[in-house]
Design a protein around this ligand. Structure first.
Ligand code: PLP
Length: 394
């Protein structure tokens, strides 16, 4: 590979296990290397570029705002930020929004708000977070502390105290974990980094009931499942269960750094002036792009089409799973957040796909995750399935 990879290897921190590929251009579901080699992107930059690369309407929104205003700090109001907050309120359960830049920051904001809400309304003893085993909420100390996978936090202890972990979908364990001291429970409705495992509706309902009973806040981390990924704007709509707080990021601005903490007025009111902040949070350019993202995703028929493409792709994968029952353990997921679990390490399949110039992610050694752009077309889906067949045959 060319000089970009070499330069990166020499000068970048070694914290990522990168594939030795450097991309210089993207269009829709395609990425191009410096030599002009084309790849089919079934990662969307880890569920970020949900509308594909350099979507013309997003490029235009970005350019327009870039010529108007980049940053004012949150000492003032800007139109893109206020308008995006209004739009998110119109489209969701929420009516107040706090903006930050990354998923982890939106989780930090949720955790801090939950502790403050409990202290303001009840007592400072009410400080426990319930989180799920196998979860992922980000890499900052607070988000890490509610992440239920030791591989992410080992070596960084001591973590933030006051976190109790429960196995996903274990109703008895959830009941036992709850007490008056719990200030919040944080859930991914589908555990993305954990390998695309969905929660049961009964479990989420129980969490909601227990939160109401113990006056704790229900937090949904929809950083990965949001912005149309599962065929709904947010995955909670599948279950008909609303949270008190919701974290959104990744695809919110289709690749520009932006996150949002959504909530109801009564709860968000505890983010009093000075209690929390972010210098870049709600950046006007990122917000202008996010407004156009939401315009596109909420156009008539868009999400139905995502759900349909998800079903078509999943059916094809299930067909392959039947043919290769010795290799494939399970196909699962909702909308265009799908996973294929293998009996053996999936490295061979990953490499087989790469040979066919198809990019996917591997959240766990035996799991391949598919998060193609929501704008993927049926020809590209077919190309992917053929490449996977090739990889399966070896
Ligand atoms: C990616 C992710 C995060 C962390 O987002 P960053 O932007 O990397 O901080 C948090 N929660 C979930 C569910 C995620 O998938």
């Amino acid at each position: 590979m060319g000089h970009i990879v070499e330069m990166g290897e020499l000068y970048l921190a070694p914290n990522y296990k990168r594939i030795p590929l450097a991309f210089v251009r993207g269009q829709g579901a395609r990425l191009f290397t410096e030599d002009g080699v084309e790849y089919l992107d079934f990662t969307s930059g880890i569920a970020v570029c949900n509308l594909g690369h350099t979507h013309p309407r997003l490029v235009s929104a970005l350019k327009k705002q870039a010529e108007l205003l980049w940053h004012t700090s949150n000492l003032f109001y800007t139109e893109p930020q206020a308008r995006l907050a209004m739009k998110l309120s119109e489209l969701t359960f929420a009516d107040r929004v706090f903006f930050a830049n990354s998923g982890a920051e939106s989780v930090e904001a949720a955790l801090k708000l939950a502790r403050k809400y409990a202290k303001d309304n009840f007592s400072k003893e009410k400080h426990i977070f319930i989180a799920l085993e196998n979860s992922f909420h980000g890499r900052t100390m607070g988000a890490l502390s509610v992440t239920g996978q030791p591989k992410y936090w080992q070596g960084f202890e001591p973590l933030v105290p006051g976190v109790v972990f429960v196995p996903p979908n274990d109703m008895e364990a959830l009941k036992l974990a709850f007490s008056e001291e719990v200030c919040a429970i944080i859930l991914e409705l589908i555990q993305g980094e954990g390998g695309v495992y969905a929660l049961n509706k009964e479990f989420i309902l129980l969490a909601k009931e227990l939160c109401e009973k113990h006056k704790a806040l229900l937090i949904f981390d929809e950083v990965q499942t949001g912005i149309g990924r599962t065929g709904k704007l947010f995955a909670y709509e599948h279950f008909g269960i609303e949270p008190d707080l919701l974290c959104s990021s990744k695809a919110l601005a289709n690749g520009l750094p932006l996150s949002a903490l959504l909530g109801k007025k009564e709860v968000m009111a505890h983010l009093t002036p000075g209690s929390h902040a972010s210098t870049f949070g709600g950046n006007p350019i990122a917000c202008a792009v996010a407004i156009e993202v939401l315009n596109i995703v909420s156009e008539e028929g868009f999400l139905e089409e995502v759900a349909l493409k998800g079903r078509v792709l999943k059916e094809k994968l299930e067909g392959l799973a039947k043919e290769h029952a010795n290799l494939i353990k399970e196909v699962r997921g909702v909308g265009l957040l799908l996973a294929i679990e293998f009996y053996e390490p999936a490295e061979r399949i990953f490499k087989g796909l790469l040979e066919k110039r198809v990019l996917v992610t591997m959240p766990k050694p035996k799991i391949i995750r598919l998060t193609p752009p929501l704008t993927i077309n049926y020809r590209e889906i077919d190309y992917f399935v053929e490449a996977l067949e090739h990889a399966l045959r070896g």
